[in-house]
Design a protein around this ligand. Sequence first.
Ligand code: 4AD
Ligand code: MG
Length: 435
Amino acid sequence: MSQPCIRNLKKNIGEEVSLSGWGWNIRGSGKVQFLQFRDGTGFVQVVAGASDISSEEFDLLRSLGQESSVKIKGKVVENAKSPIGVEIVASKIELISNTKNYPISPKEHGTDFLMDNRHLWIRSPRQQAILRIRHNITKSIRNYFDELDFTLIDAPIFTPNECEGSSTLFSTDYFGENAFLSQSGQLYMEAACAAFGKAYCFGPTFRAENSNTRRHLTEFWMVEPEVAYMDLEGDMELAEGLILRIVRDVLKTCPNELAIIERSLEPLQIVAEAKSFPRISYSDAVQILKNAGENFEWGDDFGGAHETIICSQFKLPVIVHNYPSSIKPFYMKQASVQSGEPQTVKNMDILAPEGYGEIIGGGERESDLEILKNAMAKQKLNEKDYEWYLDLRRYGSIPHAGFGLGLERAVSWICGLSHVRETGAFPRLPKRLRP
Ligand code: 4AD
Ligand code: MG
């Protein structure tokens, strides 16, 4: 007897199969029971008539608690009403472990309660759909860079240097020395691109930012490509291609998951059909804010609410480039400006549509040793800590560029979620370290 997974059950129509999993929900009468059954790959309805199974099995089904583990044998039959096109007519039910009082019933629960029970909540159809979409986005990201001949280079998590500003560093004792949890693998990718030409890292990064917003996690995954001899224009094209690849792949591979979470597809289809994304300068973005009646001065940094206003003007992701140097990290390449004009950098942020805001940050890196040293001094960084990084400008310095895409921000937008907390199985937020 075949042991298929529910996800692919349509291939087994007419066959007797054996499934191992959990009972999600049970209802029925004295004559027939309907069990919503899941095996981790999907959900299927099991129909058990009183005459199809023994009376012990039938009674067992009637007393089955939600999330009891059971094995089922039965025939796969077509059912047009089922989301997966089939159901199972049971011939045998075997109890592995009966569950009583499963905390998450089908009724409504508050967010805090569900987050406290996240280890169980991830069994529910909506959470499974989101996490499976995340899985597919990760796959698209890897395929995109691998197919472009990038080499995956894993960056360390323990680091001696800051990358994105000292105010968001988690520090830890490293045998008597201070080590930080990595804010970004970028500095290491700059070394990697000088070795491999095209490199990327994809792993967890950390920000000790006590921001309780719908966009901020303290631990999040970031993919960071870095390319030798690439300029800002090339960087924008690489990032644009990545977003297009992700959206097109998800529409193709996850139609069921998108339906389960009731994601409106039209905004994603508009993106999938685009050839390129609009590009505006920081100054243009400031003008958009002023036109919207915001009290915003050139030189200020955008907050989440500002980004929402800017990106809401576009149906596509919008690339905002050339921010003021004063609000950006030391490593960004100084743009050439007319004398008397404020200094900007050759950077870009990409803001997702539908109000989601920044999902990508990146740009060209300063390749001139002296300019870089000056920028570091201005930001009060200790040059000694960055000797290895400065070596990259001493030995075969090159123009180069890269960016970071926050995985959870991308998942949040693509799934149309109201908060990043549902984008990962066990999210870390300022007020959430457990489970
Ligand atoms: O803009 P950020 O800080 O850029 C960097 O870290 C660069 N060193 C990346 C690079 O050029 N290699 O972060 C990049 C992205 C953001 O656009 C956002 O998507 C995500 O990382 N991100 C966060 N996601 C969730 N929670 C947070 N607290 C985040 N901070 C940044
Ligand atoms: Mg940023």
